[in-house]
Design a protein around this ligand. Structure first.
Ligand SMILES: Cc1cc2nc3c(=O)[nH]c(=O)nc-3n(C[C@H](O)[C@H](O)[C@H](O)COP(=O)(O)OP(=O)(O)OC[C@H]3O[C@@H](n4cnc5c(N)ncnc54)[C@H](O)[C@@H]3O)c2cc1C
Length: 372
């Protein structure tokens, strides 16, 4: 390895890039370099999310990753370099009408996959979380092994663990150009010079489409979508051990945070990648939803809010696999709203596909699915 030549160059030190580097290194890969345009990790989606580990989802392929990802977080490897708190207080997913029927099906799928889930009546859920008194829902799916993880410690852990196995991270190093020459010789033009890579991993989160364009790779239909989170001041009646509560019919969620609540109205607006501005009208959307569906929370006062990007693919599935157009270009992108939960499983899948490049291009998450 010369100073500026690496076998694996990963663009992005968010959960996608950090977990891929960790699993590559743990599988024995060497000469790994992560390039991060910011001066510190976690400036974008990976540091701006709700930190919830949610396993019950509709897509069986995604459910396999949420289950495996959650299992990793509940029981981190013994040599994990940083303490990471995981508060396993469970989750309640609320449903009404057709949405409730769908949730029950999702719970059945989760049960078949070995997750401990139960369907609860409205009364039982409201007894458990009194803030649900008077709320508009038919029933709830309880998943005891869900929880909330310390995202900063987790991200630091992936990076430190990868570094202890030889991976390098360069911060303040933005990728500006990608020059693909012949058979797996990729020249990455950065703000700090040119770097040669045999394999280039696109883990650029909301910028994954931009990176693909620079390389001439497949244009996977990825949409960076802004979402807001709100935090209240501490309130004596909030139970610190409450689960996170997600009303999937009316699209909002809340969970305990620093003695108060973290709330989200599940807004979704496509925007160009960057530092998404907050929008006052979303506060109104939040209060509108609270008043309609969660009247017990009508008096909460918001203390703080921010926004981040969920990067969604056209079919909602992750994009993990070799690019069908550019040799040596690998994708770990489009993690949507599940990139924390699935950080380890998505990184492990990426590392496996990178190290055993025998794929047909027809794997569940392959970018090849977007080529007609
Ligand atoms: C409001 C909100 C709530 C969420 N809640 C949850 C949740 O509760 N549970 C859950 O599992 N998931 C949640 N998510 C989703 C989760 O945050 C994402 O799926 C995950 O963080 C995506 O990680 P990433 O590494 O792909 O992207 P990012 O964290 O954005 O990392 C990409 C990195 O690439 C870098 N980069 C980009 N372009 C370049 C370049 N040219 N050169 C160098 N570096 C570059 C960026 O600076 C960035 O650091 C939530 C997301 C949001 C916005």
């Amino acid at each position: 390895m010369s100073l500026n030549s690496f076998e694996y160059v990963i663009i992005g030190a968010g959960f996608a890039g950090a977990a891929t580097a960790y699993h590559l290194a743990r599988s024995g890969a060497r000469e790994i370099l992560i390039l991060e345009q910011e001066e510190v990790p976690g400036v974008h989606s990976s540091g701006r999310n709700a930190a919830m580990v949610r396993q019950v989802v509709s897509d069986p392929a995604l459910a396999a990753l949420t289950r495996e990802g959650a299992a990793f977080l509940r029981s981190l490897p013994a040599d994990w370099p940083v303490p990471v708190s995981f508060e396993q207080n469970g989750s309640l997913l609320l449903g009404s009408g057709e949405g409730w029927k769908k949730l029950v099906q999702d719970a059945e799928l989760a049960g078949q996959m070995g997750m401990a889930v139960e369907c609860w009546s409205r009364e039982r859920a409201s007894d458990f979380v009194p803030a649900l008194k008077g709320a508009d829902f038919e029933g709830a799916v309880w998943c005891a092994t869900d929880g909330v993880v310390d995202i900063n410690a987790l991200l630091t852990g992936y990076l430190k663990a990868a570094q202890s196995l030889g991976a390098q991270v360069r911060y303040g190093c933005a990728v500006r150009g990608i020059d693909v020459r012949g058979d797996r010789a990729i020249w990455v033009v950065t703000s700090a010079g040119v770097i040669n890579a045999e394999t280039l991993v696109n883990a650029a989160g909301p910028w994954a489409g931009t990176i693909a364009k620079l390389a001439g790779a497949v244009q996977a239909p990825l949409r960076p979508c802004r979402r807001h989170l709100f935090v209240t001041a501490p309130m004596s009646w909030v139970g610190r051990k409450w689960p996170f509560v997600w009303d999937v019919a009316h699209e909002f969620y809340f969970r305990p945070e620093s003695g108060g609540l973290l709330l989200c109205p599940c807004d979704q607006e496509e925007m160009a990648p960057g530092d998404p501005p907050t929008d006052e009208s979303i506060t109104e959307l939040l209060y509108d939803k609270i008043q309609r569906y969660l009247p017990a929370l009508s008096d909460v006062a918001i203390k703080n809010s921010w926004a981040g990007f969920r990067t969604l693919s056209a079919d909602g599935r992750f994009v993990i696999g070799w690019d069908p157009k550019v040799k040596g270009f690998f994708w770990v992108a489009g993690l949507g709203g599940h990139g924390v939960t699935t950080s380890s499983s998505a990184g492990a899948l990426a590392a496996k596909l990178i190290l055993e490049p025998v794929g047909t291009g027809e794997e569940e998450f392959s970018p090849g699915r977007f080529v007609k």
